[in-house]
Design a protein around this ligand. Structure first.
Ligand SMILES: Nc1nc2c(ncn2[C@@H]2O[C@H](COP(=O)(O)OP(=O)(O)OP(=O)(O)O)[C@@H](O)[C@H]2O)c(=O)[nH]1
Length: 380
């Protein structure tokens, strides 16, 4: 079964170099991956990509034709590409017996991918077909300040909650700076507090009221929970160290995906389908009502109280004593002429009929005589 590894990270964190190294590492182990590039703005891809967004979308042309800036053009290119995502998934599926890993490079402008509709569609398409893991790449030497580190972690946290997929934090460029300090901060809360206390920028009295340091303190408390769901890998894409550990962590996360995330995703999808069906049913009912084609006449009448009998049926027995005489429990609405027999007692009905007969007889005989007179006159 192919597992998808989505490489996400801030610009310049080394995603592309990481992809290149991972690709060659897997080749050296005789398990070559399926490689996809989703960065439309990259000039040169240093690995042989099986699918490259640049083959289907021309980033510069998108910028020019739609009059967009660099980020808008990336989002639009992804939008255009996402319309073909079914074909991409089919291609990967067709060759799934030949590969164990499908590795995907994403644009450096994280928000263009993670927070765009097309990014969500692409991620969802992979995650609903294959076990999918996010590799969040961090530029280790640039994260030695506790505040920068925490901002980066908050970003990772937001991606985790947005994608709802298992995540590995990959500390890259460890040939320049080892990631021990960061790993310690993630596992030992006091160590992080100490680092915060000794952070010059945060504790410079002349620069503020200490608001920042107390904010960072409370946010780091919140992040403790987040760290517990993560796995860490320390690599150097430059020297190639740490990639075996990274692959082991991927296997662990794939098991986790199958055990927890898949069930959760299935439940979310089922719930969504249920909600969609309800929504459909509701709008169909509205449509039927608008057309006067209620499926269940009684229930639709009830919704739209128009006749006395509906109101009466809604009253519980004994709820309103005055209404007792008006109740017609087993009958729906009938027209006035149908109800005459019920409303008028026999005596009144007879008197009414007699009066009607008398009037009609008089009037008709008088009219007949008048007509006869007229005819006789006109003939004579
Ligand atoms: N020393 C060292 N440098 C690295 C490593 N990985 C990447 N770099 C360097 O970091 C810089 C950025 O690397 P890229 O792979 O282009 O980063 P990226 O995240 O793909 O960049 P964008 O896609 O433009 O956001 C390059 O100069 C790389 O040579 C590493 O492990 N060690």
């Amino acid at each position: 079964m192919v597992c998808t590894i989505l490489c996400i990270g801030m610009a310049g964190s080394g995603k592309t170099t990481f992809m290149q190294r991972l690709n060659s590492h897997l080749h050296s182990k005789n398990i070559p991956p399926y490689v996809i590039n989703l960065d439309p703005a990259v000039l040169k891809v240093p690995f042989g990509a099986n699918i490259d967004i640049r083959d289907s979308v021309n980033y510069k042309k998108v910028m020019h034709e739609y009059n967009l800036g660099p980020n808008g053009a990336i989002v639009t290119s992804l939008n255009l590409f996402s319309t073909k995502i079914d074909q991409v998934i089919n291609l990967v599926e067709k060759r799934s017996d030949q590969f164990q890993h499908c590795i995907v490079d994403t644009p450096g402008q994280i928000e263009c991918f993670v927070w765009s509709a097309s990014g969500a569609i692409i991620t969802e398409a992979f995650a609903s077909t294959f076990p999918t893991v996010i590799a969040y790449i961090i530029d280790t030497p640039r994260n030695t300040s506790p505040t920068t580190f925490m901002s980066n972690m908050l970003y990772a946290c937001s991606i985790l909650y947005k994608t709802k997929l298992p995540m590995i934090i990959v500390f890259n460029k460890t040939d320049v700076k080892k990631s021990d300090f960061a790993e310690e901060w993630m596992t030992d809360f006091e160590a992080f507090q100490e680092a915060l206390a000794s952070d010059q920028d945060l504790n410079d009295e002349s620069q503020g009221s200490g608001y920042m340091s107390s904010l960072v303190n409370s946010m780091s408390l919140m992040l403790e929970e987040f760290y517990s769901t993560l796995d860490i890998a320390s690599v150097s894409s430059y020297t190639g160290t740490g990639f075996d550990d990274f692959l082991e962590t991927i296997d662990k996360k794939v098991d986790e995906y199958n055990e927890f995330y898949k069930t959760e995703r299935d439940n979310i999808l089922k719930e969504k389908e249920k909600q969609d069906a309800l929504k459909k049913e509701k709008s169909l009912n509205h449509l039927m009502k608008d057309l006067g084609l209620s499926k269940d006449k009684k229930s639709s009448n009830k919704e739209e109280v128009e006749v006395v009998s509906d109101l009466e049926n809604e009253l519980e027995p004994g709820e309103d004593d005055d209404a007792e005489g008006l109740q017609e429990p087993d009958r729906e609405y009938t027209f006035a002429e149908d109800r005459n027999g019920d409303f008028l007692d026999e005596d009144i009905q007879k008197r009414y009929q007699d009066a009607l007969d008398a009037t009609s007889k008089n009037s008709s005989s008088a009219t007949a005589e008048n007509i006869a007179k007229y005819i006789r006159g006109s003939q004579g």
